[in-house]
Design a binder for this molecule. Structure first.
Ligand code: XMP
Length: 312
């Protein structure tokens, strides 16, 4: 049987012995990277720097919440607001793969800068067993390129340390619980963030619209269902088409938001979620009244395959 107390004791000892210098981790605030950061911090204290790169494509209040979490955990941390850089790099870029590649490269550039400034010699990652065990799991990477800091250790001559690499998700959760981490479990969220939930080029206005629409979907779903009954993912996508509608008694020519909710076990395949109509009604009403640029809301009823979960 897995014993969280034993694991923590032994791993901290082991980390103390292996890490002989400064270390850095890109921490998203998710359970894996945060648990890896806490274990490393227990071993080497402030010789670990936890970095959160704010791409500007995060959900509402995300950077603020991360900052609160990091300071509660007494991390030596940096929240890097790189939103200007990211949005400038993406301006006028239409192709989804190009968008992903640009975001991935930018992320590495920003992170690399932080690592150099700090003088890090080690890179800590929250990799867990399913991330590297071959289970036909290479498939999704061939469909869409997922960004991570995978290539960094060789490129920057950093030594890679993965404290959780032999563990499964439920074991990581047990450790997090044992360490009192109280990380609110959230639905999976793609690394490139809201940038891939705006179809086509990204700009500040579209980001504001999709961020608010996404927050409304999250609020309403979370109000409707307790945690165990919620879909695996639920979010909003901003489409590049406009259509005619009425706002008050005036003709409006507004954006369309697509709402997507899916159930899935591992993201490899997914079934669209049979959401209740009262929930869909509330979402559509709120989005069209609270976001004046939007006059139409549609619900995505495709499974994966043939669709993917995200629209880009
Ligand atoms: P798709 O859209 O390929 O998504 O059906 C499958 C799962 O992966 C998430 N996703 C990503 N996660 N970086 C990530 O970390 C990415 O670039 C990325 N793209 C998609 C998606 O939200 C879903 O959970």
């Amino acid at each position: 049987m897995f014993r969280a107390d034993k694991f923590v004791e032994e791993k901290v000892k082991e980390l103390k012995n292996t890490i002989k210098g400064k270390a850095i981790i890109a921490c998203s605030g998710g359970v894996d990277s945060t648990t890896a950061a806490v274990l490393t911090q227990m071993a080497i204290g402030d010789a670990l720097l936890a970095v959160f790169v704010d791409t500007g494509f995060m959900r509402e209040n995300e950077a603020k919440n991360i900052e609160a979490l990091f300071s509660k955990l007494k991390f030596n941390y940096r929240i890097v607001d790189a939103s200007r850089e990211f949005i400038d790099a993406l301006r006028y870029v239409e192709d989804p793969e190009k968008k992903r590649k640009i975001i991935g490269a930018k992320f590495i550039e920003v992170f690399e800068r932080e690592a150099k400034n700090f003088g890090a010699e080690y890179l800590i990652q929250g990799t867990i067993a399913p991330d590297w065990i071959e289970s036909g799991g290479g498939l999704r990477d061939t469909i869409k390129s997922h960004h991570n800091v995978g290539g960094l250790p060789e490129r920057m001559n950093l030594k890679l340390v993965e404290p959780l690499r032999d563990l499964y998700k439920d074991e990581v959760r047990e450790i997090a619980e044992y360490l009192n981490l109280d990380i609110k479990e959230r639905q999976p969220f793609p690394g490139p963030g809201l940038a891939i939930r705006i179809i086509g080029p990204v700009d500040e206005e579209k980001l504001r619209i999709v961020r608010r629409a996404n927050a409304i979907v999250e609020e309403e779903v979370e109000k409707q269902y307790p945690f165990e009954m919620r879909p695996w993912q639920y979010f909003a996508v901003l489409l590049p088409i406009r259509s005619v509608g009425v706002h008050g008694d005036k003709r409006a020519y507004g954006y369309t938001v697509a709402v997507r909710m899916v159930d899935s076990l591992d993201g490899m395949s997914a079934a669209y979620f049979r959401a209740e109509h009262n929930l869909l009604d509330r979402i559509a009403t709120r989005i069209t009244t609270e976001i004046k640029e939007v006059n139409r809301v549609v619900y995505d009823i495709t499974n994966k395959p043939p669709a993917t979960i995200e629209w880009e």
